[in-house]
Design a protein around this ligand. Sequence first.
Ligand SMILES: Cc1cc2nc3c(=O)[nH]c(=O)nc-3n(C[C@H](O)[C@H](O)[C@H](O)COP(=O)(O)OP(=O)(O)OC[C@H]3O[C@@H](n4cnc5c(N)ncnc54)[C@H](O)[C@@H]3O)c2cc1C
Length: 381
Amino acid sequence: MDFRFSEEEEAYRRELRRFAAKVLAPHYQADDKAAKLRPGLVADMAAMGLTGLRIPERHGGQGASAVLAGMAAEEVGRGDFNAAYLIIVSALVSDVLARHAREEQQADWLPPIASGQVVPALCVTEPGHGTDAAALETRAEPDGDGWRLTGEKTSITLGMAAHTALVLARTGGAGARGVSAFYVDLDDRHVTRAAFDDLGGRSIGRASLHFDGLPVGRDRLIGGPGEGFVSVMQGFDYSRAIIGLACLGAAQSSLDEALQWARDREAFGSPIGTFQGVSFPLAEYATYVRGARHVCYEALWKKDHDLEHSTEAAMAKFWGPKLAAEVIHQCLLTFGHLAYSTESPLGQRLRDVIGLEIGDGTAQVSKLVIARNLLGRAYAP
Ligand SMILES: Cc1cc2nc3c(=O)[nH]c(=O)nc-3n(C[C@H](O)[C@H](O)[C@H](O)COP(=O)(O)OP(=O)(O)OC[C@H]3O[C@@H](n4cnc5c(N)ncnc54)[C@H](O)[C@@H]3O)c2cc1C
């Protein structure tokens, strides 16, 4: 057993950490206030190869391992948690395309995602179906040589800014097997968008997308009819660990800042770190963060080695965001009144990470997966 990352991986981490601190972090709070995607952010992320991490090199991407994609999300999450959405969504969409789209489709669709020219979104959730996504109602009706998409998708990350989307729609009967995946252009008069006014993730945004008979060419179907649901759910299996790491990156920055504050701030003539009431919660959370990181990296390492990893990915997904929210809350309290001001990034980090307690599936869904894997289907909820 070897707990170390390779020298190459450590060098990549150092490069990412510098990038996150110098290029991303200075915009984190201003972008939240502007509440829209800053084009320079996509360009900066693309220039670092972060929009093409899971895209094969022959299609202009990095061909990075799942572990490296997780490392990228963790380091970006330290500087600008919201920028990590660009990694999470583009990795998830491009991973599905790289595994299930035909070679000529990949050659068309993947290079612009890698270069940052095209920002993709993933459209699964609908107003009536979130957790029970397999019951989705958006329809793709055959039309001439292709299809027409009709229905509403909601809560879509990057929904106002995205140029394209991977959309799940029903082409057959009830249930998951009646669902197909399409890769569509969103800049079309048959698509209308409405933004959410969110608590966090404001620089990335969420939106509802209405498809009003959007014409979709036959060549836009990914894989075969009825294969869409399974192909997207397989992608979630590892993106959940990447999400865990993005949240833990934000938690770790907060811990680092709180530890420094515990050295610098004095009360009753001593640094506040000398009070156990201050230092023990930080010691406990540093321990939990380390444990949660290991679970995330274990899931990603297993993915890279073609080993079953749905239990670890589900553990990473429910633990990472929940723990990050708790850690950031504790760090905010460690700073006292100063961190209650919006000048501190801590309040924003807390608002931001809460989004991923819900996005990509709630804790209950993760626990369902874990319980079923541990107990066996007949003995679990
Ligand atoms: C920040 C953010 C980003 C998102 N990005 C995207 C995106 O890019 N694309 C996309 O398609 N969707 C996205 N979503 C939507 C997200 O995937 C859904 O919100 C999520 O799947 C839950 O669905 P729901 O909100 O409709 O809750 P519901 O399914 O209505 O559930 C409500 C509550 O009931 C619980 N519950 C439901 N079923 C069960 C059960 N069987 N057992 C126990 N508890 C249960 C849930 O855990 C939850 O607490 C995003 C959401 C957020 C907040």
